[in-house]
Write a protein that binds this ligand. Sequence first.
Ligand code: ADP
Ligand code: ZN
Length: 747
Amino acid sequence: MTAPGASSEPSRDASAARSDEAQRLAILLPLPLGGAYDYLAPPGMSLAAGDFVSVPLGRREVIGVVWGPATGEVEAAKLKSVIERLDAPSMPEPVRRLVDWVASYTVSPPGAVLRMAMSVPAALVPLPPRLAYASAGGTPDMIADQCAIRMTPARRRVLELLSDGPPRGASEIAHEAGVGAGVVSALIAAGAVVPVALPARAPFAGPDWQRPSPALSVAQQTAADSLRARLADAFSVTLLDGVTGAGKTEVYFEAIAEALRRGRQALVLLPEIALSAQWLERFEQRFGARPAEWHSDLTGAARRKTWRAIAEGRARVVVGARSALFLPLAELGLIVIDEEHDGGFKQEDGVVYHARDMAIVRAQLTGIPAVLVSATPSLESVVNVQAGRYARLELPDRHGDAELPEIEVVDMKRQPPERGRWLSPLLHGALSQALTAGEQALLFLNRRGYAPLTLCRACGHRMQCPHCTAWLVEHRLAGRLQCHHCGYAMPVPRHCPSCAAPDSMAPCGPGIERVAEEVLGAFPDARFLVLASDTIAGPRQAAEIMRSIREREVDVIIGTQVVAKGHHFPMLTLVGVVDADLGLAGGDLRAAERTYQLLHQVAGRAGRAAHPGRVLLQTFMPEHPVIGALTSGNRDRFLAEEAEARRERGMPPFGRLVAIIVSGHDVEAVEAAARGLGRTAPRSDEVEVLGPAPAPFAVLRGQHRRRLLLKAPRRVNVQALVRAWIGANKTPASVRIQVDVDPYSFL
Ligand code: ADP
Ligand code: ZN
């Protein structure tokens, strides 16, 4: 009990009092409850903030994190004790502060945010030792004798394999010897093959910053030097603003090398990690090893291994989707957010947060630099540069001799396609030219499937999802009508479900499959590829697809926004935007900005190498400012005008918005709750609350939805207002209230 070597024993009372105080701790559990709960540490267990512990909760045992000193709200006698401290590196302090920060900013329970920071509970227990097997010793025939087994050719192969090789896992043995798993397990059971323990932790091959970097251009070198200089330990945000193909990736790789040289870890956030095979290859070329990857396609075992390697500091560079933000990198020295303008960084379910913004918070809490990278920066970031909060580094030219592509407008009112077709004669001609020249073309349409709407020619009935306020989309290859919101699917009906007219259902408007059909009809010899989120099964297939494009096994790519981002296809010279107006409809705050970014990125796929690129935008609104900005290339004027319009209306980033979404199965309960919130809304001279109104998706997955929108100047603490407002409204358990601070979706 007493520490050995203690020179004098303190009085019992004093030590008891002291340890009693030290034993009371607040522990946060990864559950959407309130805040942390107090527990007692049993005698002899020394715990510090950040430690992972298991504690009793009701009849369950839950893993939580020691959050700090006890709140003292419950008297000591009523407190339960911690069961054990888990054998895992403790949660770094900046991550704990980030959890609290995100919870407070997004008006979410801290436990709900903690859950994202400990998404792999299995990684909190050390990996079991890996079992490997070796031969029992001696020649195969001697072993067979000793263990009294009959020798078979398969058994001989296994014993021979092991007689001159290192120990390995059972499945590896079966694979290498070319035998079934049963052969190996029978040999194990007979004692002819014996287990040996290997160390559990295979080292994570680390990226090597000492490998030579490519020769950088003067502009690239200048930018890289400035970034490197920012790696001294202090918070800063830098916008790396460079045209598509400028070599921004090469430049921030130099900052990563510098972080590694300083013995720090680096985190790179990408909007769509499943499609970043090319990025991973380039990283490996530069650093000689792959980074640790973090995204939703990882298997459970890979998640566990990766999380543990990150927590133990064995993984030095992590690349991931938005959820990587909460990983326990204890020696983090740099955060890069590539394609920072991308909407994919906004998480819309559960805790609603923007990973770019919260990554900057993490950098600030850690005291390290953050780098935002984009060819089309968000208005938020540009305004922050203008206000002097962020620094900007510019790369105005493409790398090497590549030129930015020429962007031309096709006025669809004056040069319409033939009836029932979607490609204008101009685009058709350009496509034909590119194919004759042996070059590649990309046709971009941000719509999956064959047709966005199916209607009855006799009565006008439209096929709608039974669970959502949405039309069903025909997917002809799959032979179905599908809801893109809830996954509902049905065959295309022969008869109209409303008027029973036979063979009257007709597709309306194009999706990518329909454009592909037109291409196939016009160019039967062209090899084409239809690319959308639902035609790519996973990262491996994505990598294979990208390879086949680079190696020119494909002539025409017809795709949605998945093809817009980051890819580098040297032989791609023509980009045709089938419907440039698609994103401009509707009253979304960011419709213009988002359309500009998307189309600019798509256009940026053309002419990235020696062959000059050409971009054709099909539009019915050639005079629209977004189309004008794209063709003139005057991005900064467009952003300035967009900023002015938002400033006048007090809209973000000059004002604050908070959306409240009320939803539930019972339409009356939802309606009543929404009206209650409307009545008690914190309206004032400064604060405006719109709604409640039915959401554009008034029903989604069977849930009825109502929206309210709070608008206030930046100086108002909207979180405090919203917390008090919602806290004062008692809503039935069947009604869900979701708070979306800084909303990006208005659906
Ligand atoms: P961005 O991210 O700005 O769109 P990338 O970093 O993808 O541009 O670069 C475009 C292409 O040019 C890539 O194939 C890249 O490898 C190549 N590149 C850029 N800079 C260099 C350089 N200094 N040396 C060799 N290749 C480069
Ligand atoms: Zn649906």
